[in-house]
Write a protein that binds this ligand. Structure first.
Ligand SMILES: NC(=O)c1ccc[n+]([C@@H]2O[C@H](COP(=O)([O-])OP(=O)(O)OC[C@H]3O[C@@H](n4cnc5c(N)ncnc54)[C@H](OP(=O)(O)O)[C@@H]3O)[C@@H](O)[C@H]2O)c1
Length: 284
């Protein structure tokens, strides 16, 4: 990924000021935020202030708040010493979700041999996941857009790694054809189910909303939201048969808006919403 939000080497550390709807000082939650000062700012609200090496660390803190069911009021990101870098407001309450708490999660049964579809396997996270899972015995259907990338996947000589090509998620005709070819491939192997669908394909770019290339933004939404939903509509009968099959979207938690990354995070807000809908609608 060339075009991504990262705090570059040598850039000043970020300071986060996070206002929450709970009294945290001396509370059992304090141990979860090492390095952060905490003070009560008004009845029922506290301000956490602390350094962050990068945005990923901020997402970690926000995830922890959610796991602890602590309502988030707002986030301010500052650079040293006092200059405001960006003010990011999330005027929403993020409620705890016990399924997000790793302590509460059941151990993964790791059912090697099951079939998994991963999109965007020509590079990066998708390629790494495909190789990792195929080498651990999963049957990986690895989707790519171009034949040379499919050929490269075949070159790894992993019998459990099967390219699906072409699959451009911004192209409805290719989505229909790929879904048919996945169904056929599983049927040929005598399989009637898909254990997991991992929606990884996507890219994103950095620009203020005012100057964003609307064509690129539309393509990104197609690739990361509309395309995966269209693909899922065709594959859900297979996922249902796995009885407890997984549907994963590769994304940041996207809990708050961050300046200049609307093309990435707007998709991720939408993906999180669709994922939560699926969780509700597909539950027994
Ligand atoms: N890395 C991060 O820091 C980060 C942070 C947040 C979210 N993510 C998300 O994680 C996912 C993977 O990231 P990465 O860093 O591994 O990216 P990457 O190396 O750029 O890989 C992206 C993959 O998506 C494929 N792709 C792009 N547009 C597509 C389309 N229209 N249809 C089908 N496939 C398409 C690419 O295929 P081609 O080779 O054909 O272009 C490539 O295989 C992305 O969705 C990204 O937005 C990454």
């Amino acid at each position: 990924m060339n075009d991504r939000t990262r705090t570059g080497a040598g850039s000043p550390p970020l300071i986060a000021e996070i206002r929450v709807g709970a009294w945290l000082e001396d509370g059992p939650a304090a141990k979860w935020f090492p390095g952060f000062s905490m003070r009560r700012v008004r009845d029922g609200e506290s301000l956490l202030r602390g350094p962050l090496p990068d945005q990923a660390a901020l997402f970690g803190v926000l995830h922890r708040l959610r796991d602890l069911a602590i309502p988030l009021r707002s986030v301010n990101i500052l650079t040293e010493p006092k200059q405001t870098r960006a003010a990011v407001f999330a005027r929403q309450t993020i409620q705890g979700d016990p399924t997000m708490n790793p302590v509460a999660s059941p151990p993964d049964p790791h059912p090697a041999g099951e079939s998994i579809l991963i999109t965007g396997c020509s590079s990066g996270i998708g390629l790494a996941m495909a190789l990792h899972l195929a080498s651990r015995g999963f049957h990986v259907l690895a989707a790519v857009r171009r034949e040379p990338d499919a050929e490269r996947l075949r070159g790894f000589h992993l019998s459990s790694l099967e390219p699906v090509c072409p699959l451009d998620l911004a192209d409805p005709a290719q989505i229909t054809a790929a879904a048919a070819s996945i169904n056929e491939s599983l049927a040929r192997k005598g399989r009637d189910r898909l254990y997991a669908v991992i929606n990884n394909a996507g890219g994103g770019f950095i620009a203020p909303v005012e100057l964003m290339d609307i064509g690129r933004f539309r393509a990104e939404m197609e690739t990361r939201v509309m395309g995966p939903v269209a693909l899922l509509q065709s594959l859900l009968p297979l996922v249902r048969r796995a009885r407890g099959g997984r549907i994963l979207w590769i994304a940041t938690p996207a809990l708050v808006a961050i300046p200049y990354v609307a093309s990435i995070h707007a998709c991720e807000f939408a993906m999180n919403c669709v994922a939560q809908n699926l969780h509700l609608e597909l539950s027994p």
